[in-house]
Design a protein around this ligand. Structure first.
Ligand code: FPP
Length: 280
């Protein structure tokens, strides 16, 4: 039995036979169908997510913004688990952009604390499940306690071979590309390379995502149609899925995620060429 099959058996045990016989079996069957359908085709290797709409979720429920972010972390837990169960290799999450420093100090502080809390609470379980934590963005610009926690998580999980979760924090794509340009110019001035050596591969090697394949699928929740300075270079041929505006990040359930992946699998990727299946 493959990983997904095993995961389902585990889920079935967690749900318990009782639940299976009193109504949840229909939901379970739907889940099972979505999993088998996804499994029948190739799963994306790398999924990137812009987790948008926490603030609006909080407003809708007449709660402070931070409650929305907290609920966002709850949603995230399920998404990481499902990503791992599906056998996806990389999950990149936009948690805090270089522009997010403009938010009120209390919100910035709360977001940093949530990340620390998330890592402190979840790291052992993630580690047990072979998940590797990696960071995109400028870690040196983070508050000392956040930086320490982030480094600890990366160090603890660095040898893990399961799902790699890239948390983009203090990340901005333009800054990342400018940084790459500076490194390359430095290498030219030092005589390590020449202008002719510059190509897409060399450029990619100077990005925070060095060694990570480009995302196959980008999901942005809450009906906003923007990339907001996230992985601009890496998303060149990525399939984009923007959810309806009613689907705020805390409402992005496992079921909605599975639906999105099915939607991705029904797209035809051409990478600037033509569809092989098209008649000439
Ligand atoms: C966008 O919603 C969301 C963010 C800027 C932060 C996302 C952070 C989390 C889900 C929690 C922390 C992350 C980790 C990895 C533990 P918004 O505030 O812009 O929502 P709005 O557009 O409705 O105001």
């Amino acid at each position: 039995m493959n990983n997904i099959g095993n995961a389902w058996i585990k889920d079935m045990m967690v749900m318990g036979l009782k639940d299976l016989f009193i109504g949840k079996n229909k939901k379970y069957k739907e889940h099972m169908d979505a999993y088998s359908m996804i499994q029948a085709k190739s799963v994306p290797k790398h999924v990137a997510i812009i987790m948008d709409g926490n603030g609006r979720w909080a407003k809708k429920h007449q709660l402070p913004r931070i409650a929305g972010h907290r609920q966002g972390v709850e949603a995230l837990r399920d998404i990481i688990q499902t990503t791992s169960q599906l056998g996806i290799s990389y999950l990149s999450l936009y948690a805090f952009s270089t522009e997010n420093w403009k938010r009120p100090k209390t919100e910035v502080k709360a977001l940093m604390s949530l990340l620390v809390e998330f890592l402190q609470k979840e790291i052992y379980e993630l580690h047990k499940n072979n998940v590797k934590i990696f960071m995109l963005g400028d870690i040196d610009g983070l508050p000392a306690d956040t930086k320490a926690e982030v480094l600890r998580a990366m160090e603890m999980t660095k040898e893990n071979k399961g799902l790699q979760v890239n948390i983009a924090i203090n990340y901005g794509s333009r800054f990342e590309m400018i940084k790459a340009v500076k490194y390359i110019i430095q290498d030219i001035s030092n005589g390590n390379i020449t202008i002719e050596d510059i190509n897409e591969e060399l450029f990619s090697q100077h990005l925070d995502t060095k060694g990570i394949p480009d995302p196959d699928l980008l999901i942005r929740t809450s009906g906003e149609y923007r990339l907001s300075n996230f992985l601009l270079y890496q998303l060149a041929y990525t399939e984009l899925v923007f959810t309806e505006k009613e689907v705020l990040w805390p409402d992005f359930t496992k079921e909605k995620y599975l639906e999105t992946i099915l939607q991705y699998q029904n797209r035809t990727r051409r990478y600037g060429g033509i569809d092989d299946r098209e008649d000439d």
